[in-house]
Design a protein around this ligand. Structure first.
Ligand SMILES: Nc1nc2c(ncn2[C@@H]2O[C@H](COP(=O)(O)OP(=O)(O)O)[C@@H](O)[C@H]2O)c(=O)[nH]1
Ligand SMILES: [Mg+2]
Length: 435
């Protein structure tokens, strides 16, 4: 994993940071030294964004004051104070913060080395224990209890960064529900569901290891705290990266990148199809998630895209998601009929044993919103109630199309509904997971 990516997909919770409770002047010194060591190793826009987060946490206004810029003296008093031995903790916290910002072992090592050059031999030895503990999960750090939660945060990120990145690319005709599906899978409103009117481009959506409330968005600029307005309005002309904790039913600890592509048959913009196909040709990925709209199967546009896919993507890489299965009035035959129909269409293109995943992405999204305690509008709550009633009927139960998605006695409403609407089964296929 490149350094930028490791930083970009890292989680960081500063809400209980020990320096929140110290005097203003100390906060300023602490921040200044943190900035100094971090920037010495990797002066990059993500580093800047993280540092801004520390400035906010420490309530630091403006830049460091002139006095603080007398670097050496300030560093010594913060990390090697002889007169105030209780300040010892600061150097440990600083190293944790440096490691958490850089998310890179070599750079952290170099920063630690530079810090140690200000310390006596004896202090260096003790300090080096923390450095090793960051890299070694088995090392006991009970004697460094004051830094334990920070070390744990770093370790989680480090272990996460060591995992393989699973890349999935999502493709569909317009309005098949691609954005809704991505939002349902991630449990966040990351993919825009409004019309994509501009040029269109690909969007890389990465997961993070734990929830820290931050959504990282890199488009024209980089922010680690994107709000809904920013997520709804970034320019599609540019390639975009997003990183957020995925709220999954399956509790996955693996790394994923979901690549969103423009709908291939955009009436607004012919270019969308070209961009999508270029992405399908150029990107590396394990799987293609091909989203069908079950209530609009077999259109010319669908057949055309399917043909292109069958000729240009290895067949075993494709997962077919059949969406909007909630749309049928008398469900019994319709659902199995349309699944059969899709199977036949696919067979005509040489897909003999396709992976077929029926789903209601919209209900799945509502389930996730409810599960995550997200604010829902009145309409959304009404729709949730309606879908709940619908999916309690055996005719709509999609769990049977999946392995290991049977509803069990004792399943909560959220769990049983996520099984019946197809979300649970699809998550298992994509994310694996422990639940
Ligand atoms: N009934 C129903 N509508 C859905 C479902 N998924 C998406 N939609 C609706 O279909 C429309 C297009 O969805 P969107 O996710 O923007 O499609 P995209 O163009 O493929 O990204 C929106 O109005 C969604 O609310 C679903 O599972 N069931
Ligand atoms: Mg969309």
């Amino acid at each position: 994993m490149t350094d930028e990516r490791a930083q970009f997909t890292s989680s960081l919770d500063l809400s209980k940071h020990p320096m929140i409770n110290v005097k203003e002047k100390l906060k300023e010194q602490y921040y200044f030294i943190l900035e100094y060591f971090v920037k010495n190793q990797f002066d990059h826009k993500f580093t800047d964004a993280r540092l801004e987060q520390y400035r906010t946490m420490l309530l630091i206004k403006g830049g460091p004051s002139e006095k603080n810029l007398k670097t050496a003296g300030c560093i010594k008093s913060m990390i090697n104070s002889r007169l105030q031995p209780w300040r010892k903790k600061y150097r440990y916290w600083l190293l944790c913060d440096i490691a958490l910002i850089l998310m890179n072992e070599e750079r952290t090592d170099r920063a630690a080395e530079e810090m140690m050059s200000y310390m006596s031999k004896r202090r260096q030895q003790k300090f080096a224990i923390l450095l090793r503990a960051l890299k070694d999960d088995n090392m006991d750090i009970s004697h460094l209890a004051f830094a334990e939660t920070m070390v744990e945060q770093y370790r989680k990120n480090r272990r996460f960064g060591e995992q393989t990145l699973h890349r999935y690319i999502v493709t569909a005709n317009m309005s098949a529900g691609k954005s809704t599906l991505i939002n349902a899978l991630t449990g966040k409103l990351l993919a825009r569901t409004s019309q994509e009117v501009c040029t269109g481009n690909v969007c890389y959506i990465y997961n993070k290891v734990f929830e820290d409330g931050g959504i990282h968005l890199e488009n024209e600029a980089l922010t680690i705290n994107a709000d809904q307005r920013e997520l709804d309005n970034f320019s599609w002309d540019l390639k975009t990266s997003i990183a957020a904790y995925f709220q999954t039913i399956s509790h996955t600890e693996q790394r994923f990148c979901i690549i969103d592509t423009p709908g291939v048959n955009s009436a607004m913009n012919q270019n969308h199809g070209k961009i999508s196909r270029e992405a399908l040709s150029a990107e590396s990925y394990e799987r293609v998630i091909y989203v069908f709209n079950a209530s609009k199967l077999g259109t010319d546009e669908e057949i055309a895209h399917l043909r292109w896919i069958s000729e240009n993507v290895p067949k075993e890489k494709i997962i077919f998601v059949v969406n909007k299965l909630d749309n049928f009035k008398s469900a019994d035959d319709s659902i199995s009929d349309s699944m059969e129909g899709v199977r036949n269409d696919l067979a005509a293109f040489g897909f003999e044993h396709p992976i077929l995943c029926p789903i209601s992405a919209y209900f799945a999204l509502l389930i996730k919103m409810k599960a995550n305690g997200r604010q829902m509008t009145d309409d959304e709550m009404d729709e949730y109630a309606l879908y709940l009633k619908k999916f309690k009927k055996p005719a709509y139960d999609l769990s049977g199309y999946y392995e290991n998605a049977q509803v069990e006695a004792g399943d909560s409403e959220i769990l049983s509904m996520s099984k019946k609407c197809g979300l649970y089964g699809l998550e298992k296929i994509l994310f694996g997971g422990t639940t």
